[in-house]
Design a protein around this ligand. Structure first.
Ligand code: ZN
Length: 99
């Protein structure tokens, strides 16, 4: 699914800033694969959303045969498909150390 062409805002209620990051994890059941989105975030709210997404993922149970990658931070690029967006492992490492 391509990203919609209109502006996307941070998921935090009342934030009102444009989202620039997508917090998501690749999920697969061995047949299909999708990017499971936890949150869309502006730069300010990112550390909080990243922490919350990891907590949420830790609570998620997988059925046999399902795999879920660790929570990742991706650049949010309007108009791009999920397969074309870039993961930001440096930023993930940085934020993992802070929490
Ligand atoms: Zn925000």
């Amino acid at each position: 699914m391509p990203m919609p062409p209109y502006p996307i805002y941070c998921y935090r209620k009342g934030c009102g800033k444009l989202a620039v990051y997508k917090i998501a994890a690749r999920w697969s059941d061995g047949v299909t694969q999708e990017l499971k989105t936890y949150a869309l975030s502006c730069a300010d709210c990112l550390p909080d959303w990243f922490r919350r997404s990891r907590v949420k993922q830790a609570a998620c149970r997988l059925a046999p045969g399902e795999t879920l990658e660790s929570v990742g931070i991706y650049t949010l690029e309007p108009g791009r498909r999920d397969a074309e967006i870039h993961r930001l492992p440096e930023l993930e490492r940085q934020l993992s150390q802070e929490s």
